[in-house]
Design a protein around this ligand. Structure first.
Ligand SMILES: NC(=O)c1ccc[n+]([C@@H]2O[C@H](COP(=O)([O-])OP(=O)(O)OC[C@H]3O[C@@H](n4cnc5c(N)ncnc54)[C@H](O)[C@@H]3O)[C@@H](O)[C@H]2O)c1
Length: 391
């Protein structure tokens, strides 16, 4: 029986995947094997020594002391892409809102209330103020073809847009998942010079901060519409507002409002609603529950921020998993300790991520507790788990 502590309300759809025959799940539980968390701040929390894994139902892990966890051999998971569809749908909404003056039109229509006018007549007379353009046939540029960017690309193709993407680090899986009609740009500047709409889907870091600035705006077509549903800081706000005032930029719509852009007439700020759907919360919980149960039951690791992706089919009756410092001669010492305990290795895998290495070793026979203790004593070994195949 594994014990899972939940530090926030986690969607039932996720927790239901943890069969109550094998899992005890509660907000308060002594000696948990795993923790599922959303936003609870674990930075100052005393994490029980029994904890083997923490799954964050969401992408960011700022609320988890990842380095401390790594030192203790605790695997930290997140759920990348689980909210991608929610963000994609809001990006599509943003593209439509930037093309059709729906928001302004609705606001104006509401203002007619109580004005003692013939509504039908006034609407027909004034509606031309809110005319727009269509997405079909326009060119969309996408910076960052990850979980969200690829979904936006595919749906924009379905809407009849021409789509061009730029991502020098695209993964093979994301490339496989993309509509073949999406054009590839090897140069950000070329992409910028061609598009009617630009949408940004990259992480904020030193190399992407301010990536859309005055120089880049100058390369773009006059009246370009820009969407930023990734992070504040990717676009230089001062340069953007100059571009909007001069007409170089037609419209800016973002999901991450900054004080200085809130009241600009050509900017729509959404209050960070990208991932705020019931389905996204459920998807995150489902993914977190699958990751943590897979790890507790098999030792296999997928979507960890501090341990390497490691997958070895559990084809034997027993296996041992060992995390250790990524230093020379560890594998030799581990296999020697197993051999001296007369253990026969059926299969094994060794991976590393940064300073941490992780091994999964399938064994033909059961292992004596002394061998497990000897493995724990090897200098550089961080944690050891001995697992029986229940399936
Ligand atoms: N609005 C919201 O609520 C919300 C929700 C989830 C994510 N986000 C933001 O959206 C971003 C994208 O999310 P995702 O799930 O698609 O992430 P992802 O990691 O799946 O994709 C990011 C992509 O950006 C690419 N990339 C990195 N640096 C680049 C560069 N300099 N030029 C071009 N491409 C580059 C990467 O190769 C990767 O393919 C996240 O970093 C996050 O900041 C926002």
């Amino acid at each position: 029986m594994f014990k899972i502590q939940t530090l926030n309300k986690i969607s039932k759809k996720g927790l239901d995947l943890l069969s109550r025959d094998d899992y005890e799940v509660a907000g308060e539980i002594p000696n948990p094997d795993g923790i599922i968390v959303r936003s609870f701040d674990m930075q100052t929390m005393d994490i029980p020594a029994s904890v083997r894994a923490i799954a964050r139902a969401g992408a960011g892990v700022n609320n988890i002391p990842v380095q401390k966890c790594t030192e203790k051999g605790i695997v930290v998971f997140n759920t990348p892409g689980a909210n991608a569809n929610a963000v994609k749908e809001l990006v599509l909404t943003g593209m439509l809102l930037s093309s059709r003056r729906v928001f302004e039109g609705i606001t104006w229509t509401k203002s007619l209330k109580g004005q003692d006018v013939d509504i039908h007549q006034v609407v027909e007379k004034e509606k031309s103020k809110f005319g727009g353009t269509e997405l079909k046939g326009k060119k969309l540029g996408i910076i960052g073809l990850g979980a969200i960017g690829v979904m936006v690309a595919n749906d924009a193709i379905a809407l009849g847009m021409d789509v061009i993407g730029y991502d020098p680090y695209i993964t093979i899986d994301n490339a496989w998942g993309m509509d073949h009609r999406v054009q590839k740009s090897n140069s950000l500047d070329v992409l910028l010079s061609e598009v009617d709409y630009l949408t940004i889907h990259v992480p904020l870091n030193d190399s992407t901060k301010g990536m859309i600035n005055a120089d880049k705006l100058a390369l773009m077509k006059k009246g370009v519409k820009i969407l930023n549903f990734a992070r504040s800081g990717l676009v230089n706000n001062a340069d953007l507002m100059k571009g909007l005032d001069s007409g170089q930029v037609g419209f800016y719509i973002c999901d991450i409002p900054d004080e200085e852009i809130l009241d600009h007439a050509k900017i729509l700020c959404i209050p960070h609603l990208g991932a705020s759907t019931e389905e996204a919360e459920e998807n995150c919980a489902i993914m977190a529950a699958k990751e943590i149960s897979n790890y507790l039951e098999t030792g296999n690791i997928k979507n960890s921020v501090n341990f390497p992706e490691t997958d070895l089919p559990f084809t034997s009756d027993y296996r041992i998993t060992i995390s250790n410092k990524n230093i020379p001669s560890m594998v030799g010492q581990i296999t020697t300790a197993l051999a001296s305990g007369k253990a026969n290795i059926a299969d094994m895998i060794n991976k590393h991520k940064g300073d941490t290495a992780y091994n999964i070793i399938n064994l033909d026979d059961a292992l004596s507790p002394e061998v497990v203790e000897n493995l724990k004593k090897i200098e550089g070994v961080i944690s050891v788990r001995y697992l029986e195949n229940k399936k």
